[in-house]
Design a protein around this ligand. Structure first.
Ligand SMILES: Cc1ncc(COP(=O)(O)O)c(C=O)c1O
Length: 386
């Protein structure tokens, strides 16, 4: 049986070797602490769970949901965008419900890409931008994210002949995996290039609410004229600890949303209404649960930073995301240092190289482990490396 090229040509699974070594440790009875996965350990707030439970009993919610999402949900999204970013979005034509933002990001290129078209994708990045491109027969062109540029792509270095073939440009700020942020000025520059070259901007804003020390992440759609050339993906996963629920949304200009809605009409049948109504409770309800979450992550972040710096490792303080992105000590690469942490401290981290070649030389710690495990992990690192 021959599988499709799109499957056989997928890049190798870079965590495979690490996974094998974790298994080996566990078989030896060693307790491995995993700082590798970005999946909130805290529960979904009770007022959101309550709405799901109530709505699950309502038979009117048991039938196929609407493709674009319930109007009630789309209105809540539009109101949230207005309150949070001051953006006016038409709930009927500029908002779409998603089965998590990953689903949306993965399907969106089908609306605009033909075989041979280019996308611009950051390197390092969340891997879905690349696979979504290649699944459409498109060609991903990498934009290096370098520390000296604040992990922002240098748009002026992209040649005219490349722009000519580009259909979509993906960005993600606050960024996974580098934890870097972008300001309004960078978004203005993006919109300028996108309009000039007739490119659709795809902004993945999954971490917009996970920010620290008073920093507030902007929306790309705040830029004048962005709505006509951009789509922004949002997620309830990290904000409300709802990764398992599978709900997110897209907001963008009507000419971008309409073809995307067509794709989705043909590949899925929407999000369970009870989940959408619970998401309405999340967006419209009290937001102190978000502030409480952030306080937890910020405390964990500071404990981890203090420990890493006490060893003499240089690590910047992230302003956002669930991650700490650190350069590996001299003499190591991402892979060998990940191996060293596992061998000497039974700690798992994500090697930066798993997110692209420009992630080489870095590792990523996630802050989504329970406090007790985090403290134990930090203690092990200190003992093994001090
Ligand atoms: C950058 C980024 N975008 C999107 C997602 C997907 O989030 P979800 O599908 O849960 O909304 C993730 C999840 O880790 C992510 O890191």
């Amino acid at each position: 049986m021959k599988v499709s090229n799109r499957i056989s040509e997928l890049p190798p699974y870079l965590f495979a070797e690490i996974d094998r070594r974790i298994e080996e440790k566990r078989d030896q009875g060693i307790d491995v602490i995993n700082f590798g996965v970005g999946d909130p350990d805290l529960p979904t707030p009770a007022h959101i769970v309550k709405v799901l439970c109530e709505e699950a009993y309502d038979p009117s919610n048991h039938r196929y949901p609407s493709y674009q999402g319930m109007r009630r949900f789309r209105e809540a999204v539009a109101a949230w965008m207005e309150g949070r970013f001051g953006i006016t979005a038409d709930p009927d034509r500029e908002v779409l419900a998603l089965i998590g933002s990953k689903e949306g990001i993965a399907h969106f290129p089908m609306a605009f890409m033909d075989p041979g078209d280019f996308t611009l994708i950051p390197n390092p990045s969340y891997p879905v931008y690349r696979t979504a491109t290649t699944f459409c027969g498109g060609i991903p062109v990498e934009m290096p994210l370098r520390e000296e540029d604040g992990f922002l792509p240098v748009l002026s270095s992209i040649s005219g002949s490349t722009w000519h073939k580009v259909k979509l440009l993906f960005v993600n700020y606050p960024n996974n995996p580098t934890a870097s942020v972008a300001d309004h000025g960078f978004f203005e520059e993006l919109v300028h290039y996108a309009r000039k070259h007739e490119v659709v901007l795809v902004h993945d804003n999954a971490y917009s609410e996970i920010t620290y020390n008073g920093y507030s992440a902007p929306s790309l759609l705040e830029v004048n004229g962005a709505m006509e050339t951009a789509i922004e993906f949002h997620s309830l996963s990290k904000t409300y600890n709802m990764t398992g629920w599978r709900i997110g949304f897209a907001v963008g200009g009507k000419d971008i949303i309409a073809p995307f809605a067509k794709v989705k009409e043909n590949v899925d049948s929407g999000v369970f209404n009870a989940v959408q109504l619970a998401a309405v409770a999340a967006l419209e309800g009290p937001q102190d649960c978000v502030r409480d979450n952030i306080a937890v992550y910020q405390r964990r972040r500071d404990i981890l930073l203090e420990a890493l710096r006490s060893i003499g490792w240089e690590v910047p303080t992230p302003q956002a995301t669930l991650y700490v992105w650190m350069k590996v000590p001299r003499g190591y690469d991402s892979h060998s240092f990940t191996g060293e942490l596992l061998e000497r401290a039974a700690i798992v981290v994500a090697p930066g190289s798993a997110y692209g070649s420009y992630g080489e030389g870095y590792i990523r710690f996630s802050l989504t482990l329970p406090d007790q495990r985090l403290l134990e992990g930090v203690d092990r690192i200190k003992r093994a490396f001090s």
